[in-house]
Design a binder for this molecule. Sequence first.
Ligand SMILES: O=C(O)CCC(=O)C(=O)O
Ligand SMILES: [Fe+2]
Length: 344
Amino acid sequence: MMSTTMTMTQSQAQPNPNLHGSGRMRMDGEDQTFGDFRDDLTRDGFAIVKGAISREKALEFGNEMYSWLEDFKLGFDRNDLSTVHKDKLPLINEKGMCLHYALPHEKFVWDIRSEPGVVGAFEKIYDDEDLIVSFDAINFQFPNRTDIAPNKAWPHQDQNPEKHGFRCMQGLVNLLPNGPNDGGLIVCRAGHRLSEQFHHDMADEKRIPAWTPEWYGFTNRGMKWLEDHGCKWEKVCAEPGDLLLWDSRTPHYNLSPIEKQPRFAIYTCFMPVADATQEDLLRKKDAFDRRVGTTHWPNAMHTGSNVAQRDGTEDPHNRDAPVNQPVLSERAFKLTGIPYIKNL
Ligand SMILES: O=C(O)CCC(=O)C(=O)O
Ligand SMILES: [Fe+2]
C-alpha cells in the first residue's frame, strides 16, 4: 500500500528563488512570477481557477438558480426547454443578464461571492484582504432562443480607454458544464497588454456610444487592429465551480449556447477598498440597503434599480427584496464596504 504521508520536497521547504510573487499584481510583463493562475493572468489577460467551489456545491447553486426562475410561477420548467420564453421568465436580456428583482442580493448570490475559494483568489491578485465586491447582474443563457433579440457579438473592455494600466479584475463563477458550444465568455488572448497602444492608435476613431466611461466597444476597425497585432479570440470553457478571471482591459463578450446546455454564471468582481473613496462606499451602502445592483465595478460608480420594465410597463412581478435575504458572515459583510465607512 502506498504511504499517505508526503515527504516535504525541496521546493516546498524553501522559497523558490525564481518566484517573485509578493505584492499586488501589475499585469504588465514578466517580472512578476507567482507559480499559479496569476502567471496565466499576467500573460494572457485571463485565467481559470479550477474548482474555486466544489462541483457538487456549484451544481447545487445551479439548482437554486433554476428554482429561483421557476418560483416566479410564470410557466418556466427546467425539464422542458420549450418553456424557455420571455413570457414564462423574469426579464433576462439577450446577453443573459438578469438585473432586477433584488437578485444581486439573493442569499445564493452572496453565498457564491463569499466562498473562500473565490475571495481567496482575489486576495492573492491584490495581495490585500481589505476588498469590496460588485453587486453584479446574474447570467442565465438558454440555447437557441428566438423569443428575444439575437445576442450579436459585443466585443468590449470594461475599462475607461483614457485610464491605462491594470485597475480591476473581473470574475465569474461558472455553475453548469460549459463546453465549446455551451455559450459563455469569449476573450481576446493577451489583448490587455496592447490596450494602451490600441487606444493611442485609435484615438481619432468615432466611438460606439457607451453608457458608462468604464466601457469601450470595439468597432470592425478595432477588431481588425487586434487581428493585425496577433490577438486571437478564444472561448473559455469551464466546469461547474470554476472561477474565470479576466483583466477589465482584456477584450471580451459572451456567446449564447447553441446545443442543449444552458449557461449560468455569477459575476464576482473585487477591488481593494483602498481604491474606493468614502463617497463611493456611501453610494455602495445605499445600493446594499436598497438591494439594488451595480456594474462590474465594485466601487458602485453606477447603481441599478429593481424596476424591470416590459414593453414600457412595470413588471407586476417586480420586488424590492430578495426571496431569501442574504446571511453575511463577518468576512462577507466587509465585502459590502460598509465597515470601512468612517463616522457612520
Ligand atoms: O457573460 C460573460 O461571460 C461576460 C459578460 C460581460 O462581458 C459583461 O457583462 O460586461
Ligand atoms: Fe464585460
